[in-house]
Design a protein around this ligand. Structure first.
Ligand SMILES: [Fe+2]
Length: 148
């Protein structure tokens, strides 16, 4: 589900409205999901798997980084294999869009777009990360370096 944060009412965004914001948000059937094939279909060069849960060393430190508003020089593209989370993503006019993700959801946040990530109360997510360029992954925090 995708909706505007801080609106008087929770206004949902359609797939088309998300597209206009440069954000991809799709459900890809987990029973047919093939990371190698999707990597090619979606135009990525690399992929790996990231897992966050109560056994992850320094989970609190990692989450505190993800909670800070930042962007990357590559798209942030994820396919959720298990668990839940949500992304808060700046719209083109600098408002917040919240997108929740769970098993089977694919999301792609364009390069240079500010965003944050948070786990839900179950504190567990396992996802495939897709990359176009593995040298562009360092987060740039808002207000630091070239961040506005
Ligand atoms: Fe990020």
């Amino acid at each position: 589900m995708a909706f505007w944060l801080n609106a008087c009412v929770n206004l949902r965004l359609s797939e088309q409205e998300l597209k206009e914001q440069g954000i991809s948000y799709l459900f890809l059937d987990p029973s047919n999901f093939d990371a190698e094939m999707e990597k090619r279909n979606l135009g990525y060069k690399h992929h790996d798997i990231v897992e966050l849960n109560s056994n992850t060393p320094n989970l609190d430190i990692l989450l505190s980084k993800f909670r800070r508003e930042h962007f990357h020089r590559d798209d942030e593209s994820r396919y959720v294999l298990d668990g839940d989370g949500f992304f808060d993503i700046r719209s083109l006019d600098d408002r917040w869009i919240r997108i929740s993700v769970t098993d089977g959801d694919y999301i792609s946040i364009p390069a240079f777009r500010y965003h944050k990530f948070e786990l839900t109360q179950i504190e567990r997510i396992k996802a495939v990360r897709f990359f176009k360029d593995d040298h562009s992954w360092e987060p740039i925090y808002r207000g630091e370096q070239n961040g506005k």
